[in-house]
Design a protein around this ligand. Structure first.
Ligand SMILES: C[S@@+](CC[C@H](N)C(=O)[O-])C[C@H]1O[C@@H](n2cnc3c(N)ncnc32)[C@H](O)[C@@H]1O
Length: 292
């Protein structure tokens, strides 16, 4: 067999052809919005199915298993099911777990022959080792609560921005998920990062060697307390590295087309509108020599 023919038969780890691989390799994604249904608005902090599908296509193949420890209304696992991947998900609030269960039970035309096995739990994700076997996860794709930032931002909007475009033009639906003490959204930032690090260690245990762990996070501001920028994406990457992952890539989800610009800090301090979210791509080392 000629060398060229041999090359053509190479199978990529995700099943993509070389041209699909190249076309998905943009570092800024601005084409992954999908329609918002009532349950996305009900939840208030979801990402799009198109975003999850893009990541799942890139970082896993049909028949692999995907994990979302912070399930919300199940966007990651809906995307996993659509693409023939197995899945595990954890959600602490029953109201969101029930919506996910409902969405996953809806029959759709399968896009693949593989019939995925999806398991969801109305549970604290800190208990994931009870349910997920070691070294079985190819991809974790998740968006965590941002510590107690939602509580702060709700207060801020109530007191300062209630008439502003930030609330009106962008149809902001920011609201806390609830008051459950297990909810990472009710933690102070320092405690939050400690809990995230402990969770990262568990995710490391269940991830296959060479598997990926992607966190969808937005940076924040707290100028009243002397912090014009809280670089959450860097902090998440750092705790991921402490847990053993390698910071592998950084993708920007550009949301400018979905959001109107608002005036911030005028006329004394200039701030940009943070209209992008980061995908922090971490990877478990594959071979001993990959380890630091
Ligand atoms: C940013 S939302 C995720 C939204 C999700 N990506 C979607 O598109 O539906 C974070 C979710 O984590 C949940 N959560 C918070 N603490 C948790 C915990 N300890 N275990 C499991 N879920 C938790 C919250 O209730 C919330 O629904």
């Amino acid at each position: 067999m000629s060398e060229n023919k041999n090359k053509k038969m190479v199978r990529s780890f995700n099943g993509l052809t070389a041209s699909e691989w190249a076309s998905l390799s943009k570092s800024v994604w601005n084409d992954v919005s999908s329609p918002r249904e009532w349950y996305h608005i009900e939840h208030g902090a979801t990402f799009s199915v198109a975003l999850a599908e893009r990541a799942i296509k890139i970082y896993s193949k049909i028949g692999d298993t995907v994990l979302d420890p912070f399930l919300g209304v199940g966007t990651t696992l809906v995307a996993a099911k659509n693409l023939g991947r197995n899945g595990y998900g954890f959600e602490v609030y029953k109201k969101f777990y029930d919506i996910t269960k409902d969405l996953l039970s809806q029959e759709k035309l399968p896009l693949t022959d593989f019939n995925p096995n999806i398991k969801i739990y109305n549970e604290d994700c800190r208990n994931l080792l009870r349910y997920v076997p070691e070294e079985t996860i190819q991809l974790t794709f998740t968006s965590p609560p941002y510590a107690n930032f939602i509580h702060r931002s709700v207060k801020d909007r109530r007191e300062t921005h209630k008439e502003s475009l930030l609330v009106k033009a962008n149809r902001s639906v920011v609201k806390p998920y609830g008051d459950d003490s297990r909810d990472f959204g009710n933690l102070e930032y320092d405690d939050y990062l400690k809990e995230i690090e402990a969770l990262m260690k568990k995710i490391f245990q269940v991830t296959k060697p060479g598997g990926y762990n992607i966190w969808v996070v937005k940076d924040h501001r707290d100028p009243q307390n002397g912090k014009p920028l809280i670089p959450l994406h860097v902090d998440i990457a750092n705790v991921g590295e402490k847990a053993g992952f390698i910071w592998h890539d950084l993708i920007i989800w550009d949301q400018n087309a979905q959001r109107k610009l608002v005036v911030l800090g005028y006329p004394s301090v200039f701030y940009v509108n943070i209209n992008h979210t980061f995908l922090v791509v971490l990877r478990k080392p594959q071979l001993k020599r990959d380890k630091k």
